[in-house]
Design a protein around this ligand. Structure first.
Ligand SMILES: [Zn+2]
Ligand SMILES: [Zn+2]
Length: 335
């Protein structure tokens, strides 16, 4: 079992694996399980977060770069301690969690590090929806589920259609109930270089959270996509009902802004969070807000880990008092 290495500052956010479930679970907060924390290179640990309202059975996977290996790692660390497969179940615990508890996928865009786990698990997966913008569904159908790269497990695209995955096209800005969960999901488009990516706004009762796919900053993308996302949640921040943000900072500040490939650095993420604070009432508006920093690129370079560099750079500029969390595979958080 891996040991936790989070500083005391952050340890409060990390629920010890063996912690009992709350006596009276409520749906005004979220459980997040990290199936994959990296933005590339490290197969077996690519972007994916399981999210459910606290106390509910049904998860949505926000991106699916790694699924099976992530469920195995998280289960070893006790993240699914409350999940009890029925006695005599024909599947393993990992199989039960994937097929019975993951009720659908939110796919931000079709890059491999966001869909590889879904594609390779598809032969053993259960029937469920994939929620995405129409542009993302078109790429998944055209690039993967086309009977060349992989069999077509979807209900659209190349014939024959095996129909395991029902493609639900999300209309930007419109809330759609997520079947089998207590959540609704709203897609908000993002600029990720030349690719359209997506932020997902999840709501359960009065609580909400944001899970971002890959994105550049408005300044480097010459766009207003993030500004629009912040506008959409400014009232939630004001009312303290936005419980957490999962968002990327792929590279340290040393990466030139001309070589970001549609991603962000700590400097750019802090700029964007200032825009959110401005729209939500000022510099105090984000104090204590958990921000899970996803998609940090794995590096083969010797020396300090990118996670350590990015944490230091974020904290050095953290005049907003945001609670930055650097996730590792198998972590579970409650917000
Ligand atoms: Zn990515
Ligand atoms: Zn990408």
């Amino acid at each position: 079992m891996r040991r936790f290495h989070l500083p005391a500052l952050l340890s409060a956010a990390l629920v010890a694996a063996a912690a009992p479930a709350p006596a009276a679970p409520s749906r005004d907060s979220f459980d997040i399980v990290v199936l994959g924390a990296r933005g590339g290179i490290e197969d077996g640990n690519l972007t994916s977060f399981l999210i459910r309202p606290r106390g509910d059975d049904g998860f949505l996977a926000c991106d699916a770069g790694t699924l099976t290996a992530g469920i195995e790692a998280a289960d070893r660390r006790g993240a699914f301690a409350d999940v009890k497969p029925p006695p005599g179940a024909a599947t393993t615990r990992v199989g039960y969690i994937l097929t019975e508890r993951v009720k659908g996928y939110l796919i931000s865009h079709a890059h491999l590090d966001h869909v590889a786990g879904l594609i390779v698990a598809s032969p053993e997966d259960s029937k469920k929806p994939i929620y995405a913008l129409a542009s993302t569904h078109a790429k998944i159908a055209g690039s993967y589920f086309n009977h060349d790269a992989w069999a077509n497990f979807a209900d659209t695209g190349a014939e024959p259609r095996l129909g395991k995955y029902h493609f639900v096209d999300l209309v930007p800005g419109e809330a759609t109930p997520a079947t089998g969960t207590a959540m609704s999901v709203t897609a908000l488009p993002l600029a990720h270089g030349p690719v359209e990516s997506t932020a997902f706004l999840l709501r359960s009762k009065d609580a909400s959270m944001l899970c971002f796919g890959d994105t550049g900053a408005d300044r480097t993308e010459h766009a207003q996509r993030l500004h629009a996302v912040w506008s959409a949640v400014a009232d939630d921040v004001r009312h303290h009902t936005l419980k957490a943000i999962v968002i990327e900072a792929s590279f340290p500040n040393s990466q030139p802004e001309t070589a970001l490939f549609g991603h962000m650095t700590p400097k750019l993420l802090l700029e964007e969070l200032h825009d959110l604070a401005d729209q939500a009432g000022g510099p105090q508006a984000l104090r204590g807000l958990p921000v899970v920093v996803s998609h940090i690129k794995y590096s083969f370079k010797a020396g300090e880990r990118p996670q350590a560099v990015i944490r230091r750079e974020l904290e050095a500029g953290n005049d907003l008092g945001v609670r930055f969390i650097i996730p590792e595979q198998g972590d579970r958080y409650r917000f």
